[in-house]
Design a protein around this ligand. Structure first.
Ligand code: GGG
Length: 363
């Protein structure tokens, strides 16, 4: 029996292309694992009315961790048009499978390392090396939304100012949720020799929910006197990250701001082809390239596989396979530094498979 059971979820668009690259790397590095394929994504929404079928949730429950490719999602009206006519009118509505997995399995940490590999022509600066801890289950992504003002809400303070044609999405930050993401960020900083944690918020305007987040992270910071702590409003933070990305170390943020600043940070280190994400809970984790499904490049052997390969690196580290993780990171770094093989996004013409082979040859 293999040591690990890994759920294998290619999803849509270029998801299968980049997970094929991930598999080549895993086989070469010799992880003792069994890979169990699972259904997820747009096709399953179209055909079954569910982008995350129950059988896939069961698979996640029977594995140690998951590797995920990418999913397509569309606006409400486009989604309704594409739904199988036999399912139309039956009340199906698209819900992001990624957001659902994060909530169902309580994968409360969204970890996004953003490190510039020297020699990458897409780097903004060569010395950016920061890590974003995004809270992954709460905030505006809690999925509690209304069209119109529900009767039960009408008596709440301030609701008399809300017109009846309002669309309402609740932003929910809890003390417990804020505390555990803060602890995860500070623990990571301590373990990895990082010097500073910066909390991102908008507590000067969104006083109650962001106020709670900032206040909680600040309290947790007192438990870590060896780590410097500061905070920034999300708008100022975006400007500052572009001006001085080298000044940032560990960033902790509620879900929405974390989503935004981690994309910004990923762009500073090469963009979509270089961003990887770990969705991590107490006992389970799902790793993925941060990019979406890019349907127009699907099956063309064109997508940069590095983001998916870096997701494999994160998975190896989480499994405790730290030597293999370090070897893989070194192989990626060498390939980029040498600069012989570059994918389209890097200004070259190498295919997905050629980039994968170049990395594998260094393992
Ligand atoms: N690998 C990340 C990915 O596929 N992102 C696309 C995305 O987030 N789509 C929104 C959704 O979850 O439906």
């Amino acid at each position: 029996m293999a040591k690990y059971r890994v759920a294998w979820l290619p999803g849509d668009g270029v998801g299968p292309d980049v997970l094929a690259a991930a598999r080549v790397v895993l086989d070469r590095i010799g992880l003792d694992a069994e890979y169990l394929p699972g259904d997820v994504g747009w096709e399953f929404w179209r055909r079954e009315g569910d982008a995350l079928p129950a059988r896939t949730i069961e698979l996640l429950g029977n594995t140690d961790c998951a590797l995920f490719g990418a999913v397509t999602s569309k606006t409400k009206s486009a989604a309704e048009e594409e739904l199988d006519p036999r399912l139309q009118g039956k009340g199906f509505s698209y819900r992001s499978p990624l957001v659902r997995v994060r909530q169902l399995l309580d994968l409360f940490v969204c970890l996004r390392p953003c490190k510039a590999f020297p020699g990458n022509p897409l780097n903004y600066r060569d010395d950016t090396d920061l890590v974003v801890f995004r809270e992954n289950t709460e905030d505006l992504y809690a999925g509690i939304e209304f069209n119109g003002v529900p009767e039960e809400m009408k008596l709440l303070p301030g609701m008399d100012r809300v017109p009846p044609d309002a669309a309402i999405s609740l932003k929910i930050n809890t003390r417990g949720g804020s505390k555990r993401i803060a602890r995860a960020a500070f623990e990571y900083a301590r373990k990895h020799g990082r010097r500073r944690v910066t909390c991102v918020h908008k507590a000067n305007v969104v006083r109650v929910s962001d106020g709670l987040f900032l206040d909680t992270v600040h309290q947790v910071a007192h438990e870590y006197p060896d780590i410097a702590f500061d905070n920034a409003a999300v708008d100022a933070m975006c400007m500052s990250m572009i001006r001085h990305p080298q000044n940032y170390d560990v960033i902790v943020a509620p879900n929405l701001y974390g989503d935004i600043v981690s994309d910004l940070a990923t762009q500073l280190v090469g963009g979509l082809g270089f961003g990887c994400t770990g969705n991590i809970g107490k006992h389970y984790a799902l790793f993925e390239p941060s990019h979406g499904s890019a349907p127009k490049y699907a099956g063309q052997n064109k997508a940069n596989p590095i983001a998916a390969i870096l997701a494999v690196r994160m998975m190896l580290e989480w499994l405790g396979e730290t030597d293999k993780a370090a070897r893989l990171e070194a192989a990626v770094a060498d390939t980029i530094h040498e600069g012989q093989v570059r994918t389209h996004d890097m200004g070259g013409s190498a295919t997905t498979q050629e980039m994968t082979q170049a990395i594998v040859a260094r393992l």
